[in-house]
Design a protein around this ligand. Structure first.
Ligand code: XIL
Length: 562
C-alpha cells in the first residue's frame, strides 16, 4: 500500500513540476525562431525578464540599435543598451536580430541637420555599418539592413539616405550598397529588407518583390524579407499573404514575421473587449500557421510581448492590448492560438527536397536509396537516431525505414518496394499529422558516392583492402582492391548484389568491378563497390566514378592514387 501511495505522489509531483511547453520549445520543433522586440530598461522587472527568457528563442532591440540611439554624436557610439540585449540573449540561448541600419526615422540631429553632401553621407553610412555590424559580428545572426524604404504606391520613399541628399545612388542602388557594406562587415549575417503594409499582395509588396528578384538575379547579398505585420483586426487576407510569401520564398529568400502586433480599441484602463481578444487570437493563430506552411519562413517575432510595455498606446490613440501577454504577464488567447498552431499545423514538404544522401542529387530517387529530406516544418528539435518517436515518411503509403531525423532534416531508405514505378508520392507525418504529398520521380538507379566530408564533392568514402581510408597519406595502390561506399544502386538480386550491371573508372580508366551490392554490416540501401586499381590509372587526385545500369555517380568525387 505504502508503495502505491508513493508512486501516486511522485506522479503528482511530476505533473505539477512540468509546465506547459513554452513557445520557444514549440517553435524549436518547427525549426523556426519565436522572438520579441525588447528594451533593456525592463530587464530589471523580474516578470519581464522571466517571461522573455522562458518563452522566446530570439530577441531584437526595439530601439537600441537604431542610428540615433547607438550613434548619438558624430564620433560617439553608445553600446550600453545594445550590449545589454546581446548579453541577455546570449545568457538565455536566444538568437539576436539586429534592427536597423538604414531607416529614415530615429536618426540623430547631428546627421539630420548636418548639411552633409552625398559623398559625406555615403562615407558616414559605410562607417556606421562597418562599426555597428562589425561589433556584433558573430552575435547578430540577421540584420534588418534597410527598413521601410518604399511608399505604399511602390515608389521609393524620399529619405536622407535616398535623395535628401542620399548617398549618391539612384533607385534601389542605395539599398544594394547598404546590403553590400553589411555583407562586407559580417559575411556570416543574414541580410533582410524589412517593411510594413507589404504583407499581402499589393502595389508596395509588388515593388519589394521586383527589387528582391532583381537583387537575386544580380547576386546582390539579400537573404530575406521581413514582414512587419503591425495589424488591426482587419488584416490582409490570408490568401493574399500566402501568395506574397510564396513568391518571395520561390526566389529562395527567407521570410520572417518581424513586428507582429494586433492593436485593439481599449477603454481608459487599457482593456479590450472579449470579442476583439478572440479576433486577435485568430489572427495570431492564422499568422503562425501561415508561416509554418513555408520551410523558408524562419521566424515569428512580436513587437514586444506584454501589453504592459508596447509602442501601441503612445502611437495609436485609443488602441492597445496588441500582444500575446497581458499587462500582468498572463498569456492571452493570442498566446494560446500561437501555441495551438505550433502544435497542430500540418508539416509541409517541398518538391525537390528529397535528395540522395551521398550526392544530394534532387531530381529523382531509386529503390533502396538512402535519401535525406530537407525542410520539413515539424520534427524533433534535436537530432535523434531511429526510432524517432511520432515520425513517419511514407512512400505511396508505405512507411520507410528511418535512419535519423531532426526538424528540417530526415534520413530514410526509399522502400525497395517502389521498384518499377515512374514516381512515388512522398508524405511526411509527425505526431499523427500528415503533410502534403509530393510526387518524387523514380529511376532504376541514382548512384551517389559518399564523400569523406559529407559534402557530396571531393575525396570519396573509399577504403583499401586493409580497411584503411584512402587519403593523401594512404593513396590507392595499383593492384589493390578498393571498397567504394555509395547508395542509389537500385534493386538487389537474390544474392544481395545490385541487379543492374556496374562499371567504375578512376581517372577515366576502367576498373574491374569485383563486387557491387549490399554493404555487409551496414543498413540496407548502403552499397559497396569493390574495384581493382589497374596498372594504367594515373597518379594523384583522380576523378572516381561508378555507373549502375548506365546511370553515373555525381561528378567531382575523387580518389588519390599513389
Ligand atoms: C518603434 C518603437 O516601438 C518605438 O518605441 C519608437 O518610439 C518608434 O519606433 N516599424 C519599425 C520599428 O520598424 O522600428 C518601430 O519601432 C515600429 C514600426
Amino acid at each position: 500500500m505504502r508503495r502505491e501511495v508513493f508512486a501516486v505522489l511522485a506522479l503528482l509531483a511530476l505533473s505539477c513540476a512540468v509546465p506547459a511547453q513554452p513557445l520557444r520549445d514549440l517553435a524549436a520543433a518547427r525549426g523556426i525562431r519565436v522572438g520579441a522586440a525588447v528594451a533593456p530598461g525592463y530587464f530589471s522587472e523580474q516578470p519581464y525578464a522571466d517571461t522573455l527568457a522562458r518563452e522566446f528563442n530570439q530577441a531584437q532591440p526595439e530601439n537600441a540599435m537604431k542610428f540615433g540611439l547607438i550613434h548619438p554624436a558624430r564620433d560617439t557610439y553608445n553600446w550600453t543598451d545594445a550590449d545589454a540585449i546581446a548579453a541577455f540573449a546570449a545568457a538565455h540561448g536566444q538568437a539576436l536580430r539586429g534592427h536597423t541600419l538604414v531607416w529614415h526615422n530615429q536618426v540623430p540631429a547631428w546627421l539630420a541637420n548636418g548639411g552633409f553632401d552625398s559623398t559625406r553621407m555615403a562615407a558616414i553610412l559605410q562607417d556606421h555599418i562597418r562599426t555597428v555590424v562589425g561589433r556584433y559580428a558573430g552575435r547578430v545572426y540577421a540584420w534588418d539592413v534597410v527598413n521601410e524604404a518604399f511608399n505604399n504606391d511602390g515608389t521609393l520613399r524620399g529619405t536622407l539616405w535616398y535623395d535628401t541628399p542620399g548617398i549618391g545612388l539612384s533607385g534601389t542602388g542605395y539599398i544594394e550598397q547598404a546590403l553590400r557594406w553589411t555583407r562586407d562587415a559580417d559575411p556570416g549575417a543574414k541580410l533582410f529588407y524589412n517593411d510594413y503594409s507589404a504583407e499581402g499582395s499589393n502595389t508596395k509588396s509588388d515593388a519589394i518583390y521586383a527589387m528582391a528578384r532583381d537583387f537575386k538575379a544580380r547576386g546582390v547579398p539579400l537573404d530575406g524579407i521581413g514582414l512587419q505585420m503591425h495589424f488591426t483586426t482587419s488584416t490582409p487576407s490570408l490568401a493574399s499573404m500566402e501568395a506574397n510569401i510564396r513568391r518571395l520564398t520561390d526566389l529562395g529568400l527567407e521570410v520572417q514575421i518581424t513586428e507582429l502586433d494586433v492593436r485593439l480599441p481599449v477603454d481608459a484602463s487599457g482593456v479590450a473587449s472579449a470579442a476583439n481578444l478572440a479576433a486577435q487570437a485568430k489572427i495570431y493563430g492564422d499568422v503562425t500557421a501561415l508561416c509554418l506552411k513555408f520551410p523558408l519562413c524562419t521566424a515569428i517575432q512580436t513587437w514586444g510581448f506584454t501589453d504592459r510595455h508596447s509602442w501601441i498606446p503612445s502611437s495609436f490613440a485609443g488602441y492597445g492590448a496588441g500582444l500575446e501577454f497581458d499587462a500582468s504577464y498572463q498569456p492571452k488567447p493570442a498566446y494560446d492560438a500561437m501555441a495551438a498552431s505550433f502544435k497542430t499545423a500540418p508539416p509541409v514538404i517541398a518538391a525537390g527536397a528529397l535528395t540522395n544522401a551521398a550526392s544530394y542529387a534532387a531530381d529523382a530517387v531509386s529503390p533502396g536509396e538512402i535519401a535525406v529530406l530537407f525542410g520539413a516544418t515539424w520534427g524533433p528539435a534535436s537530432l535523434q537516431l531511429a526510432p524517432v518517436s511520432g515520425l513517419r515518411l511514407l512512400f505511396d503509403g508505405t512507411p520507410a525505414t528511418l535512419i535519423y531525423a531532426r526538424v528540417g532534416q530526415a534520413s530514410v531508405v526509399v522502400p525497395f518496394s517502389v521498384a518499377g514505378r515512374s514516381s512515388t508520392q512522398l508524405q511526411y507525418e509527425y505526431n499523427g499529422v500528415a503533410s502534403n504529398a509530393v510526387a518524387v520521380p523514380l529511376r532504376a538507379a541514382v548512384p551517389g558516392i559518399f564523400t569523406l566530408d559529407s559534402s557530396g564533392h571531393g575525396p570519396g568514402a573509399v577504403l583499401d583492402s586493409a580497411y584503411r581510408v584512402i587519403s593523401r597519406d594512404n593513396p590507392a595502390r595499383r593492384g589493390d582492391v578498393l571498397q567504394v561506399f555509395a547508395t542509389g544502386g537500385g534493386a538487389l538480386a537474390a544474392d544481395s548484389k545490385l541487379a543492374a550491371p556496374v562499371s567504375a573508372t578512376i581517372g577515366g580508366v576502367d576498373c574491374p568491378v569485383q563486387y557491387a551490392g549490399a554493404a555487409p554490416g551496414l543498413i540496407a540501401g548502403a552499397v559497396q563497390v569493390n574495384l581493382a586499381v589497374p596498372a594504367g590509372v594515373p597518379s594523384g587526385e583522380q576523378p572516381l566514378s561508378i555507373a549502375v545500369g548506365g546511370a553515373a555517380s555525381q561528378p567531382g568525387v575523387t580518389v588519390v592514387v599513389q
